[in-house]
Design a protein around this ligand. Sequence first.
Ligand code: ZN
Length: 435
Amino acid sequence: MSNKYAQELIEFLDKSPSPFHVIANMEKELSENGFHPLCENEKWDLKQGEGYYVTRNSSSIIAFIIPKEGFNGFQIMASHSDSPALKIKTNPEIVTENSYVTLNVEKYGGLICSTWFDRPLSVAGRVMVRNNSKVEERLIDIDKDLLILPNLAIHMNRDVNDGYKYNAQKDMLPLLSMGGKDVKFKEIVAEYLGVTENEILSMDLQCYNREGGRIWGLNDEFVSSRRLDDLECAYSSLRGILAAGKSKNAAVHCVFDNEEVGSGTKQGAAGDFLKATLSRINAAMGNTEADLYRYISNSFMISADNAHALHPNYKEKADPTNSVIINKGIVVKHSANQKYTTDAVSQAVLETVCKKAEVPTQNFLNRSDILGGSTLGNISTSQVSLKTVDIGLAQLAMHSSYETAGTADVEYLIRTAETFFNSTINFSNNNFEVL
Ligand code: ZN
């Protein structure tokens, strides 16, 4: 296998330091490939045989293709645009000894604190800017080594290698400057955007690791980058919808924000973005609400979010019979308490699609004495209840500021997404065929 797919993933990751950049980059790709933009606050006039996309909060996106001859269901692939990070608070400057300027930040999601230390960081996100009588949303990526979060020397913290509990308000404030009280963070942002400080009304900004994506290892087996969870899946899903068009069902690519903090926002998987979009597609086709429920019962969702690979140094943390290995294919995630949606029916659908794509699969379960994480599949089905499978790619160091996965797996998931979106799945209760 070549590393072409992993290289292309890195290109996408390197230009996507915040959820807002992820969505802007997806909009650009979709529009360049003939998909039409829609706004939620406008009337939708949809045509069969065309592709469309709509965003919410500029941090979630749904793209879809309506087949030429109507459709019998939706084939959906969902992932998330956010990753754990340090978010910049308002009034962030903290001046020490009239010279050091550190930034006041707070944790977003469950990050591994130690991975943010002693490496160049910068800041990206969105800013609301006044422009005469209007207010505009502007993206910003300060493309410069702007911050570092320095460790305390071991001489002053002798126990650091015996385990250390990080205090987010004390330990995690990155260093910006030696300029003292004259340094104003808002001024830096204003200058970067080419506006005045007074024109900036508000900001949603986060720190990101400046280290770009890398392919590495003796045989180039590994790909490492910031935000692999879950942009590896989001990017693969995008590639799938861009290659779609042959299914008799509507192909739907969804990327939601705020998975790392529970999904309970208007742009998260617990919001009504997907439900509203499917309803509006249905109405635009002249169908009734009863038709929509008929289609939903014939629909299928792949909830794609990365999974924990067996770590060679911590073999005992993996389930004794269901551990997963990097570059061994699509990970199907199971959980008896339904933190993952996979059941026998949805796994059978996924296995059939993967077989068609000639892609290997493997099974993940947590050890019975480890709680594990959750994802967006079960949350999304509380809004739109349909057959769903939870999958992902095997990765190490989940929620580190620099995560590691396998180069071959990138190709496996892209091929799976392309095959899924180009197949037609027909259900009769729990019996089905994949054409
Ligand atoms: Zn995730």
